[in-house]
Design a binder for this molecule. Structure first.
Ligand code: CP
Ligand code: NVA
Length: 310
């Protein structure tokens, strides 16, 4: 049956490990497989801005022998004149997969329910699962393992990145700590889902309001913008609220001595992270950005192997 990747827990722990192993192999041997030879086309649709996601999918699809079709929603019928499911019914007649960056998760679910080709969430308001495959690949490269490590996400705990960290890391058997003001906690349903997964993987999720407590002894320190796309109207309130969660030298010194710093980018230096940390020796952000390419190629290969004949 065709599989989709709309949230981090759409794949099992074993499937996540399989995709990460394949990503590692494709990083070593970049043009090893060409499942999109033809070339077959993959539609990559953007309702929101992007640099990394756009480039990594376009390059990755070309690496796999295919042709990327980058669509800006503003210049298409989607997002006003046509529903996600009607759009999917048309696209599936011509493309091999659909990648979509959008706002609500419901649109992605509608798109996936209406089509026989794999649908990939390239970021929604709720989750950024492709980024997490890249982040896990990067952590594994730097630490040699995932299970048993502790990762601390600081800042907007209700954001797509925080919620994806919660789901993807417990799937990998990691201990996830989220430090945020209470009003920006991850959704209770996401924490419940993570708890269920953690029961079988040995991972855990713990919510904190105190940044220092959450960072103490941790292996991986992560943050993201305080003002995600779509939240621009709330900027003043957010900047006033998140100050205690800024990742600076003092906070990094509470983490394990060999802790790494991660950020999906784009970053606002001086807001969620100081320049000395993000540009410092513990930062692995450029490996993280590169790994978008390898992780998403592995994901596409894996999804295409499971696609219905149609
Ligand atoms: N990290 C990330 O998804 O970056 P873009 O918004 O540039 O795609
Ligand atoms: N949380 C950020 C991630 C950007 C890649 C946003 O949604 O804007």
């Amino acid at each position: 049956m065709t599989r989709h990747f709309l949230r981090d827990d759409d794949i099992t722990p074993a499937e996540q490990a399989e995709i990460l192993d394949l990503a590692e192999r494709l990083k070593r041997d970049r043009w090893a497989v060409k499942p999109l030879a033809g070339p077959q086309t993959v539609a990559v649709i953007f309702d929101k801005s992007s640099t990394r996601t756009r480039v990594s999918f376009a390059v990755g699809i070309a690496d796999l022998g295919g042709s990327p079709l980058i669509i800006s929603t503003a210049s298409s019928q989607l997002g006003g004149k046509e529903t996600p499911s009607d759009t999917a019914r048309v696209l599936e007649r011509m493309v091999s997969a659909i990648v979509w960056r959008t706002y609500g998760q419901a649109g992605l679910e509608e798109m996936a329910a209406g089509t026989t080709v794999p649908v990939v969430n390239a970021l929604s308001d709720d989750f950024h699962p492709c980024q997490l495959l890249a982040d896990l690949l990067t952590i594994r490269e730097h630490k040699g393992r995932l299970a048993g490590l502790t990762v601390t996400f600081l800042g907007d705990g209700a954001s797509n990145m925080a919620q994806s960290y919660v789901l993807a890391c417990v799937t990998a058997g990691m201990h996830v700590r989220v430090a945020s003001p209470e009003e920006f906690s991850p959704a209770a349903s996401v924490v419940d889902d993570a708890d269920r997964i953690a029961a079988s993987t040995g991972g855990s999720v713990t919510l904190f309001t105190d940044a220092a407590e959450a960072t103490s002894g941790t292996d991986v320190v992560v943050t993201d913008t305080w003002v995600s796309m779509g939240k621009e109207d709330e900027k003043a309130h957010r900047v006033a609220t998140f100050g205690a969660y800024r990742v600076d030298r003092e906070l990094m010194d509470l983490a394990a001595a060999d802790a790494v710093f991660m950020h999906c980018l784009p970053a606002d230096r001086g807001y969620e992270v100081t320049a000395d940390v993000i540009d410092g020796e513990q930062s692995i952000i450029w490996d993280e950005a590169e790994n978008r390419l390898h992780a998403q190629k592995a994901l596409l290969v894996w999804l295409l192997e499971r696609k219905d004949a149609g």
